[in-house]
Design a binder for this molecule. Structure first.
Ligand code: SF4
Length: 282
């Protein structure tokens, strides 16, 4: 029987101008990465994207904002957007990714129709101060706990290839395990010359091992290979499925382009995996 895979899509509903200094992130205003910046994308445009994503087979649709956290304006904007998408586009599992957040703001998102909250721990607690000095790893961990206590499902993962050690990767996976996320996005750093981290030294075999380790440690979690898939795995993308990946992102990432959905479908066909047609979490 063909293995099944979950497809998700991302809408970058607010881009850039973030005051934080995360060394891997093109959205930080501290680095001149030249990305397009905007605040609060028009709802009609997001609804079109949601329809397109659903038509392309995506079940998860993630609304992503830039900036440190979920303030009242973002909560209001995302809540109104969620309600509109739920009304106009059927069959989508809605995820919000809006940074550090308290339980009240997350409860408001839940009431508006958001199903899950994405907040990545990014890396180990020990290595985190080497990649971000403007907010703490502990705040990230607490946000993940807040999402769960607000009744949202949790999508929490990290980013690899920042110069972290294998001990750091183990530590990150242990922290994620303690949160029992519903899904764990594994992002692979895509270097940008304007960012402080100049290269990603992971080999394809290193990256495949990261997926295997994640699958072993987080056995009940959906393992998603997210940003950097094409950049890191290149012509060996097909191997991610045997390594344990059971979800991918189709379409573009936040600040980098993905491959065309048709190339993703060819990849799935070649790998003998079929996209899930209904959300397994509802
Ligand atoms: S990861 Fe989030 S908090 Fe850090 S710079 Fe990027 S948008 Fe800002």
């Amino acid at each position: 029987m063909s293995r099944q895979i979950l497809l998700c899509a991302i809408s970058n509903v607010q881009s850039g101008n973030c005051a934080e200094d995360c060394a891997f992130c093109a959205q930080s205003a501290r680095y001149k990465t030249g990305i397009e910046t905007f605040k609060f994308k028009e709802p009609a445009m997001v609804i079109e994207e949601a329809k397109k994503a659903r038509a392309a087979g995506a079940i998860g649709f993630c609304l992503v904002t830039s900036g440190l956290g979920l303030d009242s304006k973002k909560t209001e904007y995302l809540s109104s957007l969620a309600a509109k998408i739920k009304k106009e586009v059927g069959g989508l599992f809605l995820i919000a990714s809006a940074g550090i957040a308290d339980k009240d703001a997350l409860s408001a998102l839940k009431s508006a129709g958001i199903d899950s909250y994405n907040h990545n721990l990014e890396t180990s607690k020990e290595f985190y101060p080497s990649i971000c000095t403007t907010h703490s790893w502990d705040k990230r961990y607490t946000t993940c706990e807040n999402a769960k206590s607000a009744g949202l499902m949790l999508c929490a993962g990290g980013i690899f290839g920042l110069g972290e050690s294998s001990e750091d990767r183990k530590s990150l996976l242990a922290s994620l395990k303690s949160l029992s996320p519903m899904s764990a996005p594994l992002n692979f750093y895509h270097p940008n010359p304007a960012l402080p981290i100049k290269e990603n030294t992971l080999t394809v075999d290193d990256a495949l091992n990261i997926i295997r380790e994640a699958k072993k440690e987080l056995e009940d979690t959906v393992i998603m290979v997210a940003g950097g898939r094409e950049y890191v795995f290149k012509e060996r993308q097909i191997e991610i499925f045997d390594a344990g990946c059971n979800a991918i992102i189709v379409g573009d990432y936040l600040t980098t382009c993905g491959q065309e959905p048709t190339s993703d479908y060819e990849l799935l066909k070649k790998a003998g995996v079929t996209p899930l047609t209904e959300c397994p979490f509802h």
